[in-house]
Design a protein around this ligand. Structure first.
Ligand code: DC
Length: 228
């Protein structure tokens, strides 16, 4: 049966990972969270006391980093590993969120991770979410989805999620972090977040998870050229 690669790009905290996981599990594909890879590099840089604004210093520690994914038997999901250590929890903190866009703007970091991502998708059957998956990582992906939602809706969803997980923060702080990340992600010179004409736009401000999933599945059917 024909297998395709699916690229899901878009703004921070609009549910790209949720949709990517749903699609991967429905299709029996591999889900890869490319943002987790940028977060893992950020964690390493901070642990080594390297200044995220110093491109040369960050570049020089890249050869010390290996990143892969392992299946977490408790959740059934893929967790990201940094040099063999499962860091899935640690990369989701605000400390990492506040520095990751700085790290993701550095060209040598992007080249390093894009190469790894392309290897992961070489045999097709991958759903990968991020910012540059359809433009840089898999420019020939058979289906490209661009997800967005208005910032207030995204900040509220993210705030509720963090609060439910016992992380202390305020709605205002989450909104400010999200707007700052949107700005850096869209305005950086290397691989900025952009929607080209070959993307399908999915604005989920007013959509339920089920509605967006069924829309995406229709696009998958079209991309496969048959019913699944
Ligand atoms: O999707 P996320 O919030 O986990 O991504 C974390 C950061 O990494 C985000 O600020 C943008 C960056 N990123 C990127 O530049 N390119 C990707 N393919 C994925 C994430």
């Amino acid at each position: 049966m024909k297998r395709i690669n699916i690229a899901i790009d878009g703004h921070s905290s609009c549910g790209k990972g949720t949709l990517a996981k749903q699609l991967a599990s429905a299709l029996g594909y591999k889900f890869i969270d490319s943002g987790a890879m940028y977060r893992a590099v950020t964690l390493y840089v901070l642990r080594m006391d390297v200044d995220p604004e110093n491109d040369d210093a960050v570049h020089s520690v890249l050869p010390q980093i290996s990143i892969d994914f392992v299946v977490n038997n408790a959740t059934g999901r893929s967790d990201v590993c940094l040099n063999g250590e499962n860091v899935e929890k640690e990369i989701r903190t605000l400390r990492i969120a506040n520095s990751v866009s700085q790290i993701a703007r550095i060209p040598s970091v992007r080249r390093f991770l894009v190469m790894l991502q392309q290897k992961m998708g070489a045999d097709k059957g991958v759903v990968m979410d991020g910012r540059d998956i359809g433009t840089v990582v898999f420019p020939d992906a058979e289906l490209k989805i661009f997800m967005t939602a208005n910032p207030e809706v995204r900040a509220l969803r993210r705030f509720n999620e963090l609060t439910e997980n016992g992380i202390k923060t305020t709605y205002e702080e989450v909104l400010a972090n999200l707007k700052q990340r949107d700005h850096i992600d869209s305005s950086r010179s290397d691989s900025p977040l952009t929607m080209t004409s070959d993307y399908r736009l999915l604005d989920n401000s007013d959509l339920s998870r089920e509605e967006q999933f069924s829309q995406a599945l229709k696009w998958v059917e079209e991309a496969l050229g048959n019913k699944i």
